[in-house]
Design a protein around this ligand. Structure first.
Ligand code: ATP
Length: 448
């Protein structure tokens, strides 16, 4: 249990009301733990992915981008260990027919007595745990026979490993270097839930950094630090972030070291993993080398030696970070001089779906025309929104709720002297500035 309040229910409702996130196939009663991103949600998640792509790929010489396919040769998943080992322990309850993860019972609720966890009431009859493979299986081609079984990838990483030499040779990279990609992954989670925290279809942002054996732990420490800095730069509060080191018992059999970046989601969820930083040794490349029969060694020309690089992996969920950003940003506060308080999403400016909203105070006297001209002018550089309906107070509240950093109001004076009022989401301070200075103003005020 976290000491920070649980805002999840309020967020789910805000996200639906304001067009961030809808339940998938809602008119049919919803698809289990699958969510659709609405107009503002897609902007928010895209901004987060763009920040990651920029910090990983665009701003560095030593990392290349990739977009590998979701469907891969089925042998990939034998080599990676997923066919045999990507399992969670599953228990059934004979009474309520519920299915739960045996290792996460404390996170689950008894469907018949939600105040208890499964197994805690007299009626519960849990079976012994058995292994359940989380990969979605489907068939490629017209024949539903075993030879054509393929899997929806449960992680993006394997697309990177199998392309290691393609990228290295085509881009003339030298170890140490990395490959980064963003893409969908699918896991048939036994107990998904907590909104977009654990879903069956999600997006990962993964980077595999290939290093010479022996240098791996120093790269591991660097990446661990860099990734924490990235989350802090996204505006996540320092007190809500901490590392969790995998103990010997938690470490995957191939991992030499692993840390999770965890975020405090508040309430009963508390601190949970949002990213994993792993030292995977040469497990993946050597498995693929063995299963494919193709040499995946790197040739270090200056030193005339060949070796399989070790891999430092950073693996973060785009949806989980989106949720962390929303939880972190949500606040309710009183407004001086007003009876009604306000709900604000104090999102970092760089990820706010709308950067500025433009309002004519009234629908007459040429105000909408001036407002629309300003919208046109700003649109080239920023995501902006035009709104002329409802009282100005309501329009401010609406933008506060979706995290818009600045509201620009056009009034009677604006039409005569071409000045406008800019209101700051967080301080509520209002400034009057010349309309032709707006672009410059936003460029200096918006935090990148
Ligand atoms: P967990 O223990 O929460 O199931 P994991 O350790 O299996 O996660 P990884 O395989 O390391 O997770 O995946 C890397 C990242 O991908 C996680 O930190 C998380 O952000 C994201 N992720 C994994 N599974 C899901 C899911 N079902 N829904 C949303 N995001 C996920």
């Amino acid at each position: 249990m976290s000491s920070t309040p649980d805002v999840m229910e309020k967020l789910v409702s805000l996200c639906k009301r304001r067009g961030f996130i809808f339940q998938s196939s809602e008119i049919y009663g919803g698809a289990g733990s699958v969510w659709d991103y609405g107009p503002l949600g897609v902007e928010l998640k895209k901004n987060i992915k763009d920040r990651w792509w920029h910090s990983m790929v665009r701003s560095r010489d030593d990392i290349e981008g990739l977009d590998a396919a979701i469907l891969m040769h089925p042998r990939t998943w034998e080599a990676s260990g997923h066919v045999a080992g990507f399992v969670d322990p599953l228990v059934d309850c004979r009474t309520c027919k519920g299915r739960f993860r045996a290792d996460k019972l404390e996170d689950a609720r008894c469907p018949q007595k939600p105040s208890k966890q499964p197994g805690q009431t007299e009626q519960c009859q849990l079976t012994d745990a058995r292994n359940f493979n989380l990969m979605f299986k489907t068939h490629m081609g017209a024949l539903e026979e075993s030879a054509s079984v393929v899997y929806l990838r449960p992680e993006t990483a394997q697309g990177i490993f199998v392309n290691f030499l393609n990228v290295q040779q085509s881009m003339r990279q030298k170890v140490p270097f990395g490959i980064a990609q963003i893409g969908k992954a699918f896991r048939n989670e036994i107990t998904p839930g907590n909104f977009i925290f654990r879903t069956r279809e999600f997006e990962q942002m993964e980077m595999q950094f290939f290093v010479e054996p022996g240098t791996d732990m120093s790269w591991f420490d660097q990446w661990k630090q860099l990734r924490m800095e990235w989350h802090l730069a996204l505006g996540l509060s320092p007190e809500r972030l901490k590392f969790h080191q995998h103990t010997a018992g938690e470490l995957a059999h191939y991992a030499r070291a692993a840390f999770d970046v965890t975020f405090d989601f508040g309430g009963t969820l508390g601190f949970q993993e949002i990213e994993g930083v792993h030292n995977r040794g040469d497990f993946d490349l050597s498995q693929h080398q063995q299963f494919s029969g193709k040499k995946l060694e790197y040739y270090d020309q200056p030193n005339n030696k060949r070796y399989l690089p070790y891999v430092i992996e950073t693996s973060v969920g785009a949806d989980r970070v989106t949720l962390a950003a929303l939880v972190n940003a949500y606040r309710e506060e009183a407004v001086a001089g007003e009876d009604e308080g306000r709900v604000v999403l104090g999102l970092h400016h760089s990820i706010a779906p709308i950067k500025a909203a433009i309002f004519p105070l009234t629908k007459k006297d040429g105000q909408p025309d001036l407002a629309k001209a300003i919208v046109q002018d700003l649109r080239a550089a920023y995501a902006v929104d035009y709104d002329e309906t409802g009282s100005i107070g309501k329009r401010y509240r609406r933008q506060d709720e979706v995290g818009t950093p600045f509201c620009i109001t056009i009034d009677g004076q604006s039409v005569s002297d071409q000045t406008v009022t800019v209101r700051d989401r967080d301080t509520l301070m209002q400034e009057r500035i010349a309309a032709d200075q707006l672009k410059q103003y936003l460029a200096t005020r918006l935090v990148g």
